[in-house]
Design a protein. Sequence first.
Length: 208
Amino acid sequence: MGSSRNDVQYVQAPAAPSVNDTMQQYVQSLPALYQAQMQYEPQMQQMNLDMLQQFGTQYGQAQKAVNDAMYPETSALQEQIAQKASTGMNEQMPAWAQDAYKSGVNANLGTNVGSPMGADYASRGMMEQQKGWNDYYTNLGLSAAGRQPLAQGGTTPQTNYMQQYQPAQAMNYNANTYSSYAQASSPFQSNVPVGGVNLGIFGQWGAR
C-alpha cells in the first residue's frame, strides 16, 4: 500500500538560543570552571616559567642572530651608542672642551680673569660644564635604554585554556551550533505542507 501524506514526518529546528539562556548556562558552569582554574592554572604558569628558564635565553639569542644578519648596521649602532653613553657619563670633559671653555671665559672676563671673583666664576662655570657633559651622555644612555630592543628573551606563546572560556565565546558557540542545525534541517522545513498539500521533496513519495 502506498503511504499517504499524513505519514510524512518533518524535522523542526529547535528554538534559537537566547542570550539569557546562554548566560544562565555560563553562570551554572562557573563553579566547575573555578575548580579547573584553581587546579590547572598554577600548573600552566609553572610550565610557562620552566619553559622560559629553559629556552628564554636561547629564544632571544636566536632572534638577535636573525636581526644581526638582516640589520647589521642598526644592531651594531645600538650597542655603540650604549657603550659611548656608558663611558661618557662618568669620564672627565676632554682637554679640547676645557680649553674652549677657558678661552671663552677669558675673553668675557678680560682683565678680571685673574681676580678672586673671576677665578671663582671660572671654577664654577667649569663644574657646570663638566656636569652638562656627563648629563648629555646620561640622557643618551637613557634614550638608548628606552629603545625597542631588536630581540627579547622569551618562548613561543603558550595557550592559557582557562582564559579561552568566555561568555561571548559561549554565545557564539551556541549561535553557530544552532545555525548549523537549522541549516541541516532546512530541507525538511521547506517541505512542510501548505493547506494539506506537500509540494517539496516528499511530494511524489506522499502521493504513492
